[in-house]
Design a protein around this ligand. Structure first.
Ligand code: NOJ
Length: 740
């Protein structure tokens, strides 16, 4: 390892920092004037580590790149000790002592793991989203991390795509609101505080629309669809001051998104005036060769930089080729300078030039991770994210004086329960299984356990024991679903059934105990086709992967300490053939008549209803809510006027509970066709048993805007249907008109 002059310049930079206070731009300029071209290129390079239980494991070649000033950032390295050691190399061994950025996938928690993002979105609770990412940032920053590769704000309408689990589901409006809440939680109000981290809006863009749900795949889409559906959540993160973006793996209309000047420079940097920096996805610049868009690595580096990707994650092509490309006149040095400037600016904002080790504090790490209050919050959030899909004859909540047959491959699981992208969360030891959760309520003598089968195997040899177990108890609790590897990156499925022989086990148990109460608790990372299982069981609780405290949260729901309030943010199909299926689709010239869904020459299937199994916005509670007394402030509004609509929501059941009240619009005629329904507002309210509340929404012209065929964003006069509803499954009854 070569040692360079200990950094006098680093000290100088710190002095300059203090002299100039918050004027980061000037400080970046001053620093850049001292930097060689190689050093500026070095800032655009990211390398990565591996890790084991003791902390990060770093390849010595990467350490050398850090010491040589060839590295601006590292990924997959955490712990206060590990990051401090690497930071020391950057600060003490490089000529200018520029600190490194440490980034990691803190996706739904760092150590304390919250429910997977799709689950969390089902809470429709922006406060909880912010709270969970705030806690994630507290823990991550205490382990030396400055940056998370989150939130994933890709609209996803295809449950075959495993990464649907990482986002906020299918809707633009809700997805945009949730995107903002994540950014606020991670970044806080002051980036220089040692408990805030940079957020990263990913994967830019349209990654969720991959052909046939195959990961990394082709996307062909009109600019109109791109602007109306896929771009808004990204724009929302900019409005929330997100500091970084990640370009994606997919191509968009023939141009890979990591080499797409139109989306990166024209839209993101010019139109939206994004001032932060763009990092590529993992080797996504190099992958343009396989896409057939770059002939070799040299050309891929040229395309990436010219398109506006500022940092190369793990691809090594910027380090190897940018200098040559500049010398040959193929990349403008100004582009590299701009990239370097953006990256340095974030380092200044984080306060790394004041103290490069400010996030790498072992005492704070010890005090912060798995704080009891974090775990308590995680428990509560997990309960708010589980969706009650079925509850016939009030099968739930359970009474404590019964016996339970606990069956299924996930019943005692502590491993899958954290879900994919489980951060640095300890899967064995810390996470609470559903079995352990139940023990908070009933003694182990009241629980008879039988695994029944594995998640994915075809082996039915455990069925017999499971059936015997089911016969012994008053109530059967089945805990089933996918393994966590079945969703997330590179985990697309063509079959949306509960895997393996689990469906057969459900059927066998039902046949053996036709009259007993069977409750199905599901853990999975995507909407599943549970059309048949739905008929076999009395209640279904979709718990997704509920995280570290998942078992307790599920038990809290099953025994009624918490009342389910979550509602689906992604449609559950009846069968895989309906996919993609989502509520805010367009109409056709031949819509299906309500009273005759099978009518010939209409837009229907001949072998399946078009309607979903469970629609967007749907979720039950132990209580019931009724909607009445819809009021609208005017039948006509002008361009700068606001409309008020309200409805009375009453808790008509036997429990206190929360209800997610939803506002939908339908723009009846547009210069480009508009979706049949669009969510435009929501409010989560708490109502005591017997209580009622008036919920009011305001609609302004801003809410009616969309991109027209010329890609102009604006409103068009005309008629709009409007509704306040408990889910997306309703018929409009009211309307208003927008007049010029
Ligand atoms: C690839 C994934 O697509 C991205 O989401 C993630 O942030 C990076 N790898 C880094 O782990």
């Amino acid at each position: 390892m070569t040692f360079k002059i200990p950094s006098l310049c680093a000290a100088l930079i710190m002095v300059i920092t203090h002299v100039h206070g918050q004027n980061y731009e000037a400080q970046v300029d001053a620093l850049m004037q001292r930097m060689t071209l190689e050093e500026r290129i070095g800032q655009t390079v990211m390398y990565g580590g591996g890790w084991d239980k003791t902390g990060p494991t770093i390849n010595t070649e990467f350490e050398k790149h850090i010491a040589d000033g060839n590295t601006g950032a590292m990924l997959n390295v955490y712990t206060a000790k590990g990051t401090r050691a690497l930071q020391k190399i950057a600060v003490e061994q490089t000529r200018l002592g520029i600190p490194l950025l440490f980034g990691y996938d803190v996706i739904h928690g760092h150590r304390t793991i919250f429910p997977i993002n799709l689950a969390l979105s089902c809470s429709w609770d922006l406060g909880m989203v912010e709270q969970s990412s705030r806690i994630a940032a507290e823990e991550a920053s205490a382990e030396g991390l400055h940056w998370t590769f989150a939130p994933m704000v890709d609209v996803a309408r295809d449950p075959r795509w495993g990464r649907i689990s990482e986002g906020a589901g299918e809707d633009v409006f809700l997805g945009s609101a949730i995107a903002k809440a994540y950014v606020k939680g991670f970044q806080g109000n002051d980036l220089s505080a040692n408990n805030t981290i940079l957020a990263c809006a990913k994967h830019y863009v349209a990654y969720g629309a991959a052909q046939a749900g195959r990961d990394y795949h082709t996307v062909n889409m009109s600019e109109n669809e791109l602007r109306n559906v896929y771009l808004p959540p990204f724009k929302a993160t900019i409005d929330a001051n997100v500091q970084t973006f990640m370009s994606a793996f997919n191509e968009l209309n023939g141009v890979p998104t990591s080499g797409n000047k139109f989306t990166l420079r024209d839209i993101l940097k010019d139109e939206w005036k994004f001032k932060g920096f763009v990092v590529s996805d993992y080797t996504s610049i190099n992958e343009m060769i396989m896409h057939g868009f770059a002939k070799d690595s040299l050309e891929s580096a040229k395309i990436g930089m010219n398109a506006g990707v500022d940092m190369d994650m793990m691809g090594e092509v910027y380090r190897k080729y940018l200098k040559q490309l500049i010398t040959e006149g193929k990349v403008d040095e100004a582009a590299v300078n701009d990239a370097c400037r953006r990256i340095l600016l974030t380092k200044f904002k984080l306060g790394l030039f004041d103290d490069p080790y400010r996030y790498s504090d072992e005492t704070r790490q010890k005090e912060t991770i798995y704080k009891p209050e974090f775990l308590e919050t995680a428990r509560h959030i997990a309960a708010a994210s589980s969706v009650l899909l079925k509850n016939d004859n009030e099968a739930l909540p359970l009474s404590k004086d019964q016996t339970f047959a606990l069956i299924g491959p996930l019943a005692k699981d502590e491993y899958h329960i954290n879900g994919n992208w489980g951060g640095a969360g300890d899967r064995d030891g810390k996470s609470v299984s559903i079995y352990e959760g139940l023990l908070e309520y009933v003694s182990d003598k009241a629980i008879f356990y039988s695994k029944g089968c594995d998640i994915e195997s075809e082996d039915q040899s455990g069925f017999k024991a499971a059936i015997e177990t089911a016969k012994k108890a008053d109530v059967v609790l089945l805990v089933m679903g996918e393994s966590y590897h079945m969703s997330g990156e590179a985990a697309s499925r063509t079959n949306l059934k509960i895997p393996g022989v689990q469906p057969e086990l459900i059927q066998a148990i039902r046949e053996a105990i036709p009259n007993k109460k069977i409750i199905l608790v599901l853990m999975n990372g995507r909407p599943l086709n549970i059309s048949e299982e739905k008929e076999e069981v009395n209640a279904i609780l979709e718990a997704w992967y509920p995280g570290t405290m998942g078992g307790l949260a599920v038990a809290d729901l099953l025994f009624g300490k918490e009342n389910p309030s979550a509602k689906l943010t992604a449609t559950f199909p009846r069968n895989v053939g309906q996919v993609p299926i989502y509520y805010n689709m367009k109409n056709t010239g031949r819509p299906i008549p309500k009273n005759n869904p099978k009518e010939d020459y209409k837009s229907n299937y001949i072998d399946s209803p078009n309607t979903p199994l469970y629609p967007f916005g749907f979720g039950l509670s132990y209580t019931t809510f009724t909607y009445s007394d819809f009021k609208i402030s005017a039948k006509t509004i002008g361009f700068n006027e606001t409309l008020k609509v309200s409805a009375t929501i009453s808790n008509t059941g036997n429990y206190d509970g929360q209800e997610i009240v939803q506002l939908y619009l339908h723009d009846k005629v547009g210069s480009v066709t508009r979706p049949v329904k669009e969510l435009k507002g929501f409010e989560k309210i708490f109502l005591k048993k017997g209580e009622r509340k008036v919920v009011t929404f305001e609609i302004s012209t801003e809410d009616l805007k969309f991109y027209n065929a010329e890609m102009l964003y604006g409103v068009e006069p005309g008629e709009f249907e409007i509704a306040i509803a408990p889910s997306s499954d309703f018929e409009f009854e009211h309307m208003f008109e927008l007049k010029k």
